[in-house]
Design a protein around this ligand. Structure first.
Ligand SMILES: *Cc1c(COP(=O)(O)O)cnc(C)c1O
Length: 382
């Protein structure tokens, strides 16, 4: 390998490469907003909602200010509050459980499946039992589609239905992925996503969206998005938020959506290479039958041992890594007083000590993929 290549560190996520590819089209889209000056509720917002609906197959899309607001707005619209239990996996980004706690409801943490890292339905049942014993009303499940891959939605939906709960799908990391041939957001569940820059479809700031087929829910969400406004602008009928997506971000997302399919394909090529060349030295991700992934993260499990040393050996080769997540939610300071499913959460705890994520983005060329592969193989054997 030549010195030049060796000295340049690999990008973990390369937002700059996409920016260079889109160049002028983004500049022009932003320029149009600067010309019409409708910075809030501009025409690009409605256009984006229509295009996201077409892309996902959802009947309605409500854009909003972040992925966290997307989750929170749905819980608010459904009247979730004190005395309610909302079940969610512990092995996830904190916003999943945070949105629940913000409503005054109680997050009840459940375990995940060791091969997909997504919610474990047996543990979900144990979480419902724990909630009931504590006198809470099981009201909802937030299924998370972690690292780009869909949860087992049919199984979650069946259990939720039997227990009288609704399902909110946290697809912040997985918009663009599919479940049994349908895109997330397009198979009937209420789905939330995020457009944070590092997500598979990211804007240049914060943003999010909600996908649903329920027209009544949409009208409540649109009200919550603007402080709970009613038909009379000055008679607010419920509590809400400043929850809108900026027009500028919508304009940027419209340009990015045009290359999103192509980027998903490129991510899948990187994932195939990693799986082929690393599958015999580390535990590579398992994609369940019926799923496709958008590879928000490429997360491997290490054989017993020294994760810090492994990361340091990769870093010395110019290959960055990240740990998602070093602590499951039920062990974090702000959340450890909340209940967990009966039987505990052993898989979440084990994963948080042995997972590590490798560079993953659509602009990782074959030479650089090879560099990552060699560095991992050397680090495992060394
Ligand atoms: C990023 C993320 C969120 C929150 O999205 P923001 O846009 O950052 O508010 C929620 N859930 C999961 C699983 C995430 O990864």
């Amino acid at each position: 390998m030549n010195q030049q290549l060796r000295s340049e560190p690999v990008a973990f996520i390369d937002i700059g490469a996409q920016r260079r590819r889109l160049g002028k089209s983004i500049d022009e889209a932003v320029g149009r907003v600067l010309t019409h000056c409708q910075f809030v509720n501009g025409p690009e917002v409605t256009e984006l909602e229509n295009q996201l609906a077409a892309f996902s197959g959802a009947k309605y899309v409500v854009t909003c200010a972040s992925g966290t607001d997307a989750l929170l707005m749905v819980l608010m619209a459904k009247g979730v509050g004190p005395g309610d239990a909302v079940l969610c996996p512990s092995f996830t980004f904190c916003a999943t459980g945070e949105s629940v706690a913000l409503t005054g409801a109680t997050p009840v943490f459940v375990d995940v499946d060791a091969s997909t890292f997504n919610i474990d339905v047996a543990s979900l049942q144990h979480g419902v039992a724990a909630a009931k014993r504590l006198g809470l009303k099981p009201k909802a499940v937030i299924a998370v589609d972690l690292f780009g891959q869909s949860a087992d939605h049919d199984a979650v939906e069946a259990l939720a239905k039997a227990e009288g709960m609704f399902v909110l799908d946290d697809a912040a990391q997985s918009f663009g992925a599919s479940y049994k041939g349908k895109r997330l957001g397009g198979f009937g569940a209420i789905t939330a996503t995020s457009f944070f820059p590092a997500k598979p479809l990211g804007c240049f700031g914060d943003g999010g969206a909600i996908f649903t087929d329920d027209a009544d829910l949409v009208s409540v969400l649109r009200s919550i998005r603007v402080h709970g406004q009613g038909s009379d602008k000055y008679d607010n009928v419920r509590l809400g938020l400043t929850g809108r997506l900026d027009t500028m971000q919508a304009a940027i997302l419209l340009e990015k959506l045009k290359i999103f399919e192509d980027e998903i394909a490129a991510r899948n090529q990187v994932a195939e290479r990693y799986a082929r060349d690393l599958g015999n030295v580390v535990t590579v991700p398992h994609i369940a039958a019926g799923n496709t992934s958008v590879w928000a993260q490429y997360t491997i499990r290490l054989p017993q041992g020294d994760r810090e040393g492994f990361a340091a050996r990769l870093k010395a080769e110019g290959v960055p890594t990240a740990i998602y997540y070093p602590k499951p939610m039920h062990q974090q300071t702000a959340y450890r007083h909340f209940p967990v499913a009966d039987g505990g959460l052993p898989v979440s705890e084990a994963l948080s000590s042995d997972v590590i994520s490798l560079p993953m983005h659509p602009y990782l060329d074959e030479a650089t993929q090879g560099r990552v592969v060699r560095a991992v193989r050397n680090a495992v054997s060394g």
